[in-house]
Design a protein around this ligand. Structure first.
Ligand SMILES: NC(=O)c1ccc[n+]([C@@H]2O[C@H](COP(=O)([O-])OP(=O)(O)OC[C@H]3O[C@@H](n4cnc5c(N)ncnc54)[C@H](OP(=O)(O)O)[C@@H]3O)[C@@H](O)[C@H]2O)c1
Length: 272
């Protein structure tokens, strides 16, 4: 199995690539420095020269607030970049797996979103990722679109909170935004499973089971690691940011992952 992995240096890529190693699969791990997905000419030139069996497209412009300030860049990476990579899949007639986001929904639902529910993104990041989904669907039927949410792993939000707890004893965290905190290792394992089992092509929701607010999630981090930090719940409106966030973005977890509390415990137990 020869796999192209874009975005390999990101939070998810750093978890996934060692798992591809364990499977004995060959993969070409790329970041923006060695393979800029927005450079259409370079993408086509390189791809004409190599032979591939599968593409995992993780590269993305992922900073939600910066996307609001720089929509051209967000669309360039998330739509044009995805179109370029999808066209390689089409040309080589190979499957492509694209990781998308809960931000394609507006968050006004009161029940978990199913893959078939209507999308309606409320920020530039969500709109540009949805545009990426559409490029994939337009290019090839051999696609897996995995929507996930609130990823954490080495160097992410959970680690930042632990570092924070070394210096501060209180923090204010948003309590009226609900989602599914998801460990990158759980998602990576699911990606490997989908490839190995050759599951039917289509859109999947892949996030932890259950739901939490950022305040719930943060409290649990400190509880598990026994850090004495007081978490004060605040509303989104008390913490204005450039991008609007969907209020309720729980994904109907069609590809069951463990409960978020269990995965968080496992992640934190393995850390010193
Ligand atoms: N993090 C989340 O909570 C979350 C939630 C839902 C969905 N997702 C999606 O999951 C995917 C992976 O997310 P992540 O958190 O691992 O992202 P990340 O940590 O921000 O990493 C982004 C990756 O994309 C690469 N990249 C950015 N621009 C590129 C370009 N023009 N050409 C080639 N590579 C480029 C980066 O390379 P450099 O290192 O060179 O910059 C990096 O490897 C993304 O598509 C994201 O939209 C993430």
């Amino acid at each position: 199995m020869r796999i192209l992995v874009t975005g390999s240096t990101g939070l998810l890529g750093k978890s996934l690539c060692p798992m591809l190693d364990s499977e004995g699969w060959q993969y070409w791990a790329c970041n923006s420095k060695i393979f800029d997905v927005t450079n259409t000419k370079m993408v086509n030139e390189i791809m004409n020269k190599i032979s591939l069996d599968f593409i995992i497209h993780l590269a993305g412009f992922t900073n939600i607030d910066q996307a609001e300030d720089n929509p051209e860049k967000a669309y360039e990476v998330n739509q044009l970049g995805t179109k370029n990579i999808a066209n390689i899949a089409k040309k080589h007639n190979i499957p492509i797996l694209y990781v998308s986001t809960d931000n394609v929904f507006d968050g006004t639902s009161d029940k978990p979103y199913k893959p078939t529910d209507a999308t309606n993104p409320i920020n530039v990041y969500g709109k540009s990722k949805l545009a990426g989904e559409r490029e994939i669907i337009k290019a090839t039927k051999k696609h897996y679109i995995l929507r996930t949410s609130w990823l954490y792993g080495v160097g992410g939000y959970v680690d930042a909170m632990l570092t924070f707890s070394n210096f501060r004893k209180e923090i204010s965290v948003v309590d009226d935004q609900i989602g599914c905190p998801t460990w990158v290792d759980d998602l990576s394992r699911k990606i490997v499973e989908i490839i190995k089992e050759q599951k039917p092509f289509g859109i999947y929701h892949v996030a932890s089971s259950g739901s939490a607010s950022w305040a719930d999630f943060t409290k649990k981090i400190f509880e598990i690691k026994k850090r004495n930090v007081a978490v004060t719940s605040i509303d989104k409106s008390d913490f204005p940011r450039p991008a609007m966030r969907p209020k309720y973005c729980v994904l109907d977890n069609s590809e069951k992952l463990p409960a978020w509390q269990n995965s968080l415990e496992e992640y934190l137990t393995a850390k010193n």
